[in-house]
Design a protein around this ligand. Structure first.
Ligand code: SF4
Ligand code: SF4
Length: 99
């Protein structure tokens, strides 16, 4: 009985350890369509496949759940030949202890 209790505690400690403290970092991707020539580079090479062509052929991330999949690699921003993409952290911290 005492053994079972200690096992439960050990399992509980493992489960609550990392999950409660680690937060997924989220990013926002903005497209400046006035500078975009709809070349398709960002759409073709985003490793998450979340950038799609809109009705005008310009890139968009349509669904919020797709936007949440962006992990901020900045491939799209770096490779856009027209500097039409900006990737930024969604919740910018002003201080180290901001939540
Ligand atoms: S890489 Fe730049 S220019 Fe090409 S489609 Fe994407 S945003 Fe537009
Ligand atoms: S930063 Fe990376 S994952 Fe996010 S949209 Fe651009 S290429 Fe895709």
């Amino acid at each position: 009985m005492a053994e079972n209790k200690s096992k439960k505690n050990q399992t509980g400690a493992k489960q609550t350890g990392k999950k409660s403290t680690q937060k997924k970092e989220l990013f926002d991707v903005s497209f400046y369509h006035a500078w975009c020539k709809a070349c398709g580079i960002c759409m073709a090479f985003c490793p998450k496949g979340i950038i799609k062509a809109g009705k005008t052929g310009h890139p968009e991330i349509i669904r919020q759940e797709d936007q949440d999949k962006c992990f901020g690699c900045r491939f799209c921003e770096i490779h856009c030949p027209d500097f039409a993409i900006t990737v930024s952290p969604r919740n910018l911290k002003r201080r180290e202890n901001d939540v």
